[in-house]
Write a protein that binds this ligand. Structure first.
Ligand code: SAM
Ligand code: SF4
Ligand code: SF4
Length: 380
């Protein structure tokens, strides 16, 4: 068993960005790029640091117990604050917003936030692409209200169809049948492009890869296999529990003919494969699968994602050790232009490319056990 690193200091404290005078070298109303020429396109917002699951790869029970210092309600950004910030991000080129957490459906009246975000517009005057990642436990109850509020699509995390394995992986004895009803409710409510994310942990659920593929093939739902990542500092990550995506694809190909598909957008994290027909061509009625190889094939070169933590810290990378405190600006006297300028200033200085660098580091470099923010706080 790997030694578990438990954070003894609060990693959530962040630096305050300088308030840059609006207009000073800031392309307000234009697409922003970082120090590696990567545009800012995708904003992930964590709306709560709490969750009703205790997936061991994310919120292990022995750390996220009743003594864990979750954020008090006053620390959380309000829906109005989130919307005000999101508006500034859209002015700088963001076109997609993903709500996450923790479990985003635990945040009370989340549909009200969705309705506010759906009223915003991108630089080219379009409704932002609004999506949400959920563990699906409350989806059966909430899918219709989410759709009605303006959510366009949803991603559901599901690591196994086997009830015993699923109950073990969420560590709350939560039954798989309820998540499957949530997915069905999302389809009925008219949510489009539904995706299912499966984190693959070698030795835990890798034998569920083929059953999951059989279940979702031809259902209109895209299944994506995610490599188990060394996010945060509490999950006791070990490389030998990572099943490389290339192995996942080889396994799938032993049963289904697959053809590679082009990325559907720049900065897409998944490599896509289509189920092929007898002539070897992609058969759209059978759909596709994706692999997200954050460990074995870094995709930092195209990474266009910013992350806003539950309490308004801006993170430039999933593996960042520190965020930038936008909440202080938000609750102070900064104008919208000053807020946007501060965000622009931070993004323009961005050089983060952790996964690429990790690939070139020796395994014993200590990089994997550094104290980093938890995924439940920063949002996946
Ligand atoms: N609670 C929601 C859920 O599980 O969908 C949203 C938040 S969760 C942090 C977002 C995504 O991160 C989920 O798909 C989850 O499986 C993934 N995730 C969490 N920890 C991970 C890890 N160590 N490696 C890979 N993916 C992880
Ligand atoms: Fe909760 Fe999602 Fe983390 Fe699982 S992955 S513990 S459902 S936040
Ligand atoms: Fe983006 Fe950081 Fe992940 Fe690289 S490691 S893809 S920069 S979030």
């Amino acid at each position: 068993m790997a030694e578990r690193v438990i954070p003894i200091v609060d990693q959530r404290k962040g630096a305050l960005p300088a308030v840059v005078p609006a207009g000073a070298a800031t392309p307000l109303g234009a697409q922003l790029i970082d120090a590696h020429q990567r545009p800012l396109r995708d904003l992930r917002i964590s709306v709560t640091d709490r969750c009703n699951f205790r997936c061991s790869y994310c919120m292990p029970k022995d750390v996220f117990n009743k003594d864990y210092p979750y954020l008090p309600h006053s620390a959380l950004l309000s829906f109005e604050e989130i919307t005000r910030l999101a508006r500034q991000f859209l002015r700088l080129g963001v076109h997609k917003i993903r709500l996450t957490g923790g479990e985003p459906l635990l945040r009370k009246h989340i549909e009200r936030l969705i309705a506010q975000l759906a009223d915003l517009r991108t630089l080219d005057g379009k409704v932002p692409d609004l999506t949400l990642t959920t563990n699906g436990s409350l989806l059966a109850r909430k899918a219709q209200a989410l759709r009605d509020a303006g959510l366009s699509r949803v991603t559901v995390s599901l690591d196994s169809l086997d009830d015993a394995i699923f109950r073990g992986m969420n560590d709350m004895d939560f039954p798989v049948a309820e998540v499957l009803s949530g997915i069905e409710a999302a389809q009925k409510a008219g949510l489009k492009h539904i995706k299912v994310n499966m984190v693959v942990k070698r030795g835990t659920n890798d034998h569920e890869i083929l059953p999951m593929a059989r279940h979702f093939r031809g259902s209109g739902i895209t299944l994506r296999f995610i490599e188990y990542m060394d996010v945060g500092s509490t999950n006791g990550w070990r490389m030998d529990e990572v099943l490389p995506s290339d192995d996942v694809i080889r396994l799938l190909q032993s049963e289904f003919p697959l053809v590679p598909l082009a990325a559907s957008s720049q900065g897409e994290t998944a490599r896509r494969w289509g189920y092929a027909d007898a002539s070897g061509k992609h058969d759209p009625s059978q759909g596709e699968v994706g692999v997200i190889s954050s460990v074995t094939h870094a995709f930092c070169g195209d990474c266009n994602r910013a992350r806003l933590s539950t309490e308004g810290q801006l993170y430039l990378c999933l593996f960042a050790e520190q965020g930038y405190d936008l909440r202080t600006l938000l609750r102070g006297t900064a104008s919208d232009d000053e807020l946007a300028a501060a965000i622009a200033n931070i993004w323009q200085g961005r050089r983060d490319r952790y996964s690429e660098l990790r690939a070139s580091l020796p395994p014993d470099s200590g990089e994997h056990t550094k104290r980093r923010v938890e995924m439940s706080y920063i949002g996946g």
